[in-house]
Design a protein around this ligand. Sequence first.
Ligand SMILES: [Zn+2]
Length: 124
Amino acid sequence: MDSKALEAIKVKLQEQERQLKERLEWFTTQDQQNPADYHSRFPDYGSKEDENAAEVSAYSDRLSLEHTVESDLRDVKTALANITKGTYGICRYCKKPIEEKRLLIRPTSSSCVQCKKQLKGEAA
Ligand SMILES: [Zn+2]
């Protein structure tokens, strides 16, 4: 991959990392011991019964969102680490370079189109 494309991807990933962290800050607290781990805060709407019920429901929404954003953030960090190590853009299944176009659209891709299709059970 040429260094200009790689640089563009790196900028994209850093921007994604910033946005994901910002999203987590809205409703989670970062773990003191393990900064990569975030904990959803329990919302406080009031102490009436319906307010308590709304809190429980909002908290469960937060937990699933936390899970999604944390996993996205992990993918972004892995991609950035691979850029540093010089192993970015290699398919994790067939070890061949991933299509540059695919990476520019989805910088956290870790497999090539061919392997992805096979995984999904589609005809390659
Ligand atoms: Zn592959």
